[in-house]
Design a protein around this ligand. Structure first.
Ligand code: 5GP
Ligand code: ZN
Length: 118
């Protein structure tokens, strides 16, 4: 079982905000913004590239509900999915980062980075 499967099952503790049968939102252990949640499906999906449209369709209103619960629906927030090696994914269980609580800067990469080929 991967770390986020263990968090989903309750085997590993997490600071949970919202959950239902299929999804869980909990606070990131190493926040990069005043508000930084991770939103996962309880079923193990490795990465965004593997998720079905059906699961994403169910996940969308859950994410919106999380934002509402955090009172971010009016002022806004950022959703990030790191997908695979080049996306910087560290935990291979699909998760959306929901960041907010401040005016976030953009972009994350330098102009030099944007010109670099792999
Ligand atoms: P990734 O780089 O895979 O997109 O993001 C993984 C995220 O999981 C990181 O932001 C990291 O801080 C968070 N994280 C790693 N281990 C734990 C943990 O045990 N508990 C919680 N709540 N977050 C974790
Ligand atoms: Zn998992």
């Amino acid at each position: 079982m991967c770390l986020f499967c263990k968090i989903a099952s309750g085997e590993v503790p997490a600071n949970k905000l919202l959950e239902n049968d299929a999804f869980l939102a909990f606070h990131d252990i190493n926040p990069r913004a005043p508000i930084h949640l991770l939103i996962i499906p309880k079923v193990h999906v490795e990465k965004f590239q593997d998720v079905t449209g059906e699961l994403m369709a169910e996940m969308t209103p859950f994410i919106q509900e999380v934002a509402k619960k955090l009172d971010l629906d009016e002022n806004g927030y950022r959703l990030i999915v790191n997908n695979g090696r080049d996306g910087g994914q560290e935990i291979y269980h699909l998760h959306f980062h929901l960041l907010g609580g401040t005016r976030l800067t953009w972009p994350h990469f330098s102009p030099e980075e944007a010109k670099k080929a792999i």
